[in-house]
Design a protein around this ligand. Sequence first.
Ligand SMILES: Nc1ccn([C@@H]2O[C@H](COP(=O)(O)OP(=O)(O)OP(=O)(O)O)[C@@H](O)[C@H]2O)c(=O)n1
Ligand SMILES: C[C@](O)(CO)[C@H](O)COP(=O)(O)O
Length: 235
Amino acid sequence: MTPDQVRGRLWAVVPAAGRGTRFGGEVPKQYLAVGGEPLIAHTLTALCAHPKVDGVVVVLAEADAHWPGWQAIAGKPVVTCVGGSERADSVLAGLAALPDSVRADDFVLVHDAARPNLHPADIDRLLEYGRNDPVGAILAAPLRDTLKRAGDDGGIDGTEPRERLWRAFTPQLFRRLQLSRALEAARDAGVAVTDEAMAMERQGLRPLLIEGREDNLKVTTAADLALLEFLLGSR
Ligand SMILES: Nc1ccn([C@@H]2O[C@H](COP(=O)(O)OP(=O)(O)OP(=O)(O)O)[C@@H](O)[C@H]2O)c(=O)n1
Ligand SMILES: C[C@](O)(CO)[C@H](O)COP(=O)(O)O
């Protein structure tokens, strides 16, 4: 199925081209079995099962031998493309691989493959507020712990003020062309952006923070897997 053979205007781009170096192991973390299926299957199902999502572009590593080859999930088309060395490069590739039905000023959801515990109510809230914003929005949660600055010797160098500090999650919701241009500008400036909102902020824009569930876990290290299994098992 080529991108032009599919229709719909709210698509998701799912960066899934990472190697999972912090997690370790031979199998990239997005393909580890959780609840009897690959971690990425939970992520893609969470997106594709949402009635407002029309399809997903999954961004894979070059020659990804783990990808099961899905062409549809929950009745929604799944298109793949190859990502890049950094997450931002992969997101750019995913934006370019969207079908022509997704217009330049249409919103696109960008969601980490490594965040499978995504709830529909969070997608609802992000879309409700983000699509009415001139820039876009991200799911996030306010910091609830005290922040310490670590010294080289393992001791505390100081305490950081945490008022008005939030943890950024995904999905992040931005317009296709505006996001592509912001990511390209960051790349061309040699600036490594860690999320889509950072690229937009560099353009002087102020995306909305939409408070989402604290359990929107990004699986990063092996310790996260047990928590994910608990979270998915309790849904
Ligand atoms: N070049 C990259 C790097 C990351 N990702 C994706 O971006 C998401 C968040 O990245 P992260 O959790 O850092 O995954 P990895 O890069 O695989 O982890 P690590 O940094 O430990 O290698 C993941 O779904 C990952 O697959 C990607 O598509 N392309
Ligand atoms: C995009 C992100 O999930 C927002 O918190 C995060 O920046 C990804 O970071 P990573 O180091 O690429 O996992």
